[in-house]
Ligand binder design. Structure first.
Ligand SMILES: *Cc1c(COP(=O)(O)O)cnc(C)c1O
Length: 374
């Protein structure tokens, strides 16, 4: 069997048809009609009033942070175990990420630790739902209310997921999505900010487009980046969104298969199937090595690659990032659960184009590698 990549997207719906419409009509820029249609459809799907499509999920976070007016000296509470995009959105705005450790079961930020990190400088909580299960939102929202904090919800990995029956992407002041090819919905590259606040949405539209003023173009009171999203991306996005339910079902079926097939493999912790609040949607199928396995996730990634199976290690903690250490951030901080996840967690092929035959092959190779590691 050929090498099995860690992710391959599925593009066999109306993607080609809508893309051809772009070519045929000449609408390929961010001014094309699919952009607004996609913004409307995606924001409506998570019960939000406004959607502002941007060039990627990282840009969505930057725009969200800046739209909320977070800046110099402000503190934003977030998990240490996440993608750099989260911390970067905050540090680029001149604000300071304040970190919390992970929950060992869900791998999400531990909502119980947030309150102790709140100071007079805290402006917002950045919630990041990771790997397929949502953060305990009730706790976060109660704290935000009590201390008058903004909530930014990074729902990049949560297309189609709910928390207590409500869609992820509908919580807090502003939520962000990514459409990178390993997310449940892809546009190649892409992202979106969604909110119910008209003024915030308008700020986001300005921030994605160089801060052009509405009345006098080319005269700037402020500047920002160019984070525009093209009609071509929106064409793919609309076609993908049409099949979100099928995609979520497929991901859950894949999760169920892997869990059944890998149950009882010595030294491996499988992702939990559900919490009280949600059923896992397996953004990717993550695995965790037990403490007594004398190897880290990089070794497993290498061994699986030698067997023709693509795997990826989990995120690396923000407090251990060399770039932030050099800037003097997070000195002497330690978050043991997150550090464990970063060293022992990895995920196996779980893209939507994966076949049953490929999954069986992956299981066989994971078992083989785990036996080797004893
Ligand atoms: C993928 C991802 C992002 C970044 O999205 P890009 O589109 O790759 O910039 C941000 N946050 C989380 C949790 C992600 O998984």
């Amino acid at each position: 069997m050929n090498f099995i990549p860690v992710n391959e997207p599925l593009l066999n719906g109306n993607e080609k048809k809508y893309l051809c419409e772009c070519i045929d009509t000449g609408w390929i820029s961010s001014e094309g009609p699919f952009v607004k249609e996609f913004e409307q459809k995606l924001s409506a799907s998570v019960h939000r009033k406004y959607g502002v499509a941007v060039s990627n999920g990282t840009a969505a976070l930057e725009v969200a942070v800046q739209a909320l007016g977070i800046g110099e000296g402000d503190e934003v509470i977030m998990p240490t175990f996440t993608i750099i995009s989260c911390a970067m959105a905050v540090t680029k705005a001149g604000a300071i990420p304040v970190l919390v450790d992970s929950d060992t079961h869900t791998w999400n930020m531990n909502a119980e630790e947030v309150e102790a990190r709140i100071t007079s400088k805290t402006k917002a909580i950045m919630v990041v739902h990771l790997y397929g299960l949502p953060v305990d939102m009730d706790k976060i929202l109660a704290l935000a209310k009590k201390y008058h904090l903004k909530v930014i919800e990074d729902a990049a990995e949560m297309h189609g997921q709910t928390y207590k029956g409500k869609p992820c992407g509908s919580f807090g002041d502003i939520s962000t999505f990514s459409f990178y090819p390993n997310k449940h919905i892809t546009t190649g590259e892409g992202g979106m900010v969604v909110t119910d606040d008209e003024n915030l949405a308008e700020r986001c539209r300005m921030l994605r487009n160089l801060c052009f003023k509405k009345d006098v173009r080319y005269v700037h009171d402020e500047i920002s980046d160019n984070y525009r999203f093209t009609n071509l991306q929106a064409a793919v996005g609309i076609a993908q969104l049409e099949r979100l339910e099928t995609f979520v079902k497929r991901k859950r079926d894949m999760g169920r298969y892997y869990t059944e097939a890998l149950k009882g493999v010595r030294g491996l912790q499988l992702p939990i199937v559900r919490t009280e609040d949600a059923e896992n949607i397996y953004w990717v199928y993550g695995l965790l090595l037990d403490k007594d396995i004398p190897a880290d996730n990089r070794t497993v990634q290498r061994l699986l690659a030698e067997e023709g199976v693509g795997a990826r290690t989990f995120f690396w903690c923000m407090h251990e990032q060399p770039v932030y250490q050099k800037q003097g951030l997070f000195q002497n901080e330690s978050y043991p659960n997150a550090e464990y996840l970063a060293r022992k967690g990895f995920y196996i092929p779980s893209g939507l184009a994966l076949t049953q035959e490929q999954m069986e092959h992956v299981v066989c190779k994971v078992r083989k590698v785990m036996t080797q590691l004893g």
